[in-house]
Design a protein around this ligand. Structure first.
Ligand SMILES: [Mg+2]
Length: 258
C-alpha cells in the first residue's frame, strides 16, 4: 500500500511505499507528537493521541516505539493508560515490550556532580536542572539570555566529571549524557528486536538529538523526517507541526489499519 503525501511542503514526506508489513515507526514525543510547552510538566496531550498510537502499533504488529529524552515513566503518565515500546532518557533506558519493566542502559550520575549542576539554578535564575538518573538536563527556556554563559559553566563542570559524559544541545536545553547513549543507538538496539525485524524504520523528530536516530534509520534502509520548530526551519522540515505529524499518522492508519 502506498501513502500519497497530502502535505504541500518543500520537503514533504516522499510518496514512500509504506506497507503495514514492512514499516516500523520510531517517534519522538515533545515537539513531534505534542506541542512544546514552557516546561516539560505543562505539555498538553491531545486526547486522541494514545489511541492513535495504539491502533498504529496494532496495525504494525507492535513495530512502533517512542524515542524520547523523557523518562519512560513520564511517557506512560502522559499517554496513560496506554504503554508502548520505548527508549527513554535518550536511550539510557529501554522497554522492549509494552508489558515489560524498564531496563537501564547506564548508571545514575554521581550525587556530587548532580549537586554541582543544581547549583546553576541559584546562579542563573530561571534555569532548571532536571536529574533524570543516568543523565541530566539543564533547561534554559525561561532564561534565554544566559545561554552562552550557562553553556561555558556546564562545560567547566563537565571538566571535573567522569569523561564518559558529554553535552548535547536540545531545544533550549543542555543534556548531559553518557557518550554511548543516544537516540541513534537506541533505534539500532530496538531494531534488533523480533517485532522490528525486516521492517524499514521511519524516524520522526524535531530536535538535534533526533538526528542520530534519523541517521540510524537511514543506515538501516529507512528514512528520517524532520518537524519544523526551533531546531529545523521550514526549508529543511518535512512536517510543519506536531498536528501535521498526527494527521499524517492518522492517514497512514486509515490506509493500513485493520
Ligand atoms: Mg522532541
Amino acid at each position: 500500500m502506498t501513502i500519497p503525501s497530502m502535505l504541500a511542503r518543500p520537503h514533504e514526506p516522499p510518496r514512500a511505499d509504506l506497507s503495514a508489513e514492512r514499516t516500523a515507526l520510531f517517534l519522538d514525543l515533545d515537539g513531534t507528537l505534542i506541542d512544546i510547552a514552557a516546561t516539560a510538566e505543562s505539555v498538553e496531550v491531545p486526547r486522541s493521541l494514545a489511541g492513535l498510537l495504539e491502533d498504529l502499533s496494532d496495525a504494525l504488529d507492535g513495530a512502533l516505539a517512542i524515542l524520547t529524552g523523557r523518562p519512560i515513566a513520564d511517557v506512560d503518565r502522559l499517554l496513560a493508560p496506554s504503554r508502548f515500546v520505548a527508549a527513554g532518557i535518550h536511550g539510557a533506558e529501554y522497554r522492549t515490550s509494552p508489558d515489560d519493566g524498564v531496563r537501564h542502559a547506564a548508571l545514575p550520575l554521581a550525587d556530587a556532580f548532580v549537586a554541582r549542576l543544581k547549583g546553576l539554578e541559584t546562579r542563573f535564575p530561571g534555569v532548571r536542572v532536571e536529574d533524570k538518573g543516568p543523565t541530566a538536563a539543564v533547561h534554559w527556556r525561561a532564561a534565554p539570555t544566559v545561554a552562552d554563559e550557562l553553556e561555558r559553566e556546564v562545560e567547566r563542570l563537565l571538566e571535573g566529571a567522569p569523561d564518559h559524559l558529554e553535552i548535547r544541545h536540545g531545544r533550549r536545553v543542555f543534556e548531559i549524557v553518557p557518550r554511548h547513549v543516544s537516540k541513534g543507538a537506541a533505534l539500532e538496539i530496538l531494531s534488533g528486536l523480533d517485532r522490528f525485524a525486516g521492517r524499514r524504520p521511519i524516524m520522526i523528530g524535531d530536535d538535534l538529538t533526533d538526528e542520530t536516530a534519523m541517521a540510524a534509520a537511514e543506515r538501516l534502509g529507512g528514512v528520517g523526517f524532520r518537524v519544523e520548530g526551533e531546531t529545523f526551519p521550514a526549508e529543511v522540515a518535512d512536517f510543519a507541526s506536531p498536528r501535521q505529524v498526527r494527521a499524517w499518522l492518522s492517514d497512514f492508519l486509515r490506509r493500513v489499519g485493520r
